[in-house]
Design a binder for this molecule. Structure first.
Ligand code: C2O
Length: 469
């Protein structure tokens, strides 16, 4: 892979990068060959990020002025945000709810970072990230009267930390480390028909928590958006960089390009970068200060494929939530696959796929997913062995999307391991999936938790998948 990375830099990448990373950047030995010195994206709370924050402020201020003198300036603050969406209209070009979520936002940041570098005059500018797993408040850099990085529509206030629920269920380090350790790309980052857990668990919830513009399609109007997504991008790098983690092999994913962006001159950009060319951030000229693993695609042809699936029969209404009973587990291939996954194999996984779950009318609602839970209710804690994960919602409104929900993929392997790690799964066992709608914010003065009733999906399926040799 080193070879192909170098080839890319020397051929397609070199011209583009020379233009983007200005000549003042020193050439240095990096990754074993002579390449331009990468930008180093740092934690926004670390002292080493001070110069980047200063450059960020200069550029954001200029971008806001550009929008003021010409609302259609493609590198103006407002036009940049409108690539993503608007307050009234929801999402624009941004990709949500599928495997394009991480690569689309990666490309969006990549071009934005170059605009900031150019406008600030700091050629080595690197976008800093807000690591909300460690920093549970909105960092100081985004507060203060007259600070161009302030957005006064936010719901969260200075020094106001996330609630314990938000930390334990959505954004805390144990949650993130659990996701990073999961080998199945689809349930972590989505696939062609559904979104994955990194998107709808921590990412969506941070948008909801910050509130204001950040809760809308126009979230990039808040300068915090870019540092929030920088952290999501960092986790994408972390996940991809681990040995035994494989991105999709499908050309529909790998060859996809997004022609939605602007270069620092305001020219249309994005068409030349495929998703596959953006897998290793070093090929895009940046790294994360703390990233240590770079085992990208050691065997790039290994993909996941479906061993089989259990589909849901009729939904069963259970206490406080909606449960679906799948057909019983009888096919020997499936029984074997589930047993292998439960026994700890990293090459088998069990996914829960939720089809057409509507957006709630209030964004403080989230959905907890359980498998084979005895009596699921809003009181069932996320420490229950049957807990799979939590879905939060951002950027769309129940009213507008009436009847049209989104699809979600979760990894149920860990839950099944907790339930059946020590006992054999009973023969002909059904796998029941329960969706429990719960209020997340505000924690103490919650409005009616089930305005419009618990969210009800069209169907669920349990998929057994295996990594191909
Ligand atoms: Cu396209 Cu975090 O949003």
């Amino acid at each position: 892979m080193t070879t192909s990375r170098r080839d890319f830099l020397l051929t397609t990448g070199a011209g583009a990068m020379a233009g983007m990373l200005s000549g003042s950047l020193a050439k240095a030995s990096f990754g074993g060959s002579t390449q331009p010195m990468p930008r180093v994206r740092k934690d926004v709370t670390s002292p080493s990020a001070a110069a980047d924050i200063a450059s960020y402020k200069v550029a954001v201020e200029k971008m806001k002025q550009l929008s003021q003198s010409d609302p259609n300036n493609p590198i103006g603050w407002v036009k940049q945000a409108e690539i993503h969406g608007t307050i009234a209209g929801g999402f624009g070009k941004c990709q949500h709810g599928s495997w394009f979520f991480a690569p689309w936002h990666r490309a969006y940041l990549y071009y934005f970072e170059q605009i900031v570098a150019s406008l600030s005059g700091n050629a080595s500018f690197a976008l800093p990230y807000w690591d909300w797993s460690r920093t549970h408040t909105i960092p100081d850099a985004f507060w203060g009267a007259g600070n161009t990085l302030l957005d006064n529509t936010r719901r969260m206030q200075p020094n106001q930390p996330f609630s314990a629920t938000v930390i334990n269920e959505f954004v805390g380090l144990p949650v993130i480390n659990g996701l990073l350790a999961d080998t199945d790309f689809a349930s972590m980052w989505g696939d062609d028909i559904g979104g994955g857990e990194f998107e709808f668990t921590p990412h969506n919830q941070v948008h909801v928590q910050v509130g204001g513009n950040m809760m809308t399609g126009a979230s990039p109007l808040d300068p915090l958006f870019w540092c929030h997504h920088c952290n999501v991008d960092r986790l994408y790098s972390e996940w991809l960089g681990r040995r035994g983690h494989f991105p999709p092999t499908a050309p529909a994913w790998r060859d996809k390009t997004f022609n939605d962006f602007a270069d620092p001159m305001g020219n249309p950009a994005g068409g030349e970068l495929t998703v596959a060319k953006m897998l290793d951030s070093r090929d895009l000229g940046y790294v994360y200060a703390e990233q240590t693993r770079f085992d990208f695609a050691l065997a790039p042809t290994r993909g996941w494929s479906e061993v089989g699936r259990l589909t849901s029969a009729t939904p069963l209404l259970a206490d406080g939530g909606f449960s679906f009973a799948t057909e019983p587990l009888t096919d020997p291939k499936l029984v074997q696959g589930v047993s292998d996954a439960v026994a700890g194999s990293r090459n088998e996984a069990v996914r829960v796929r939720i089809k057409n779950l509507p957006f709630p009318e209030a964004s403080h609602l989230a959905v907890r997913v359980f498998v084979n839970c005895e009596s699921p209710s809003t009181k069932t804690p996320i420490t229950d062995p049957s807990y799979v994960g939590s879905i939060s919602f951002f950027g769309q409104h129940g009213e507008r999307d009436h009847g049209h929900g989104q699809n979600y993929v979760l990894n149920a392997t860990r839950a099944l391991r907790s339930l059946y790690g020590d006992v054999k799964i009973p023969e002909k066992k059904e796998i029941n999936v329960s969706l429990v709608t719960v209020p997340i914010i505000p924690e103490n003065a919650a409005p009616a938790p089930t305005k419009g009733g618990p969210l009800k999906a069209e169907s669920v399926a349990v998929e057994v998948v295996a990594l191909q040799d």
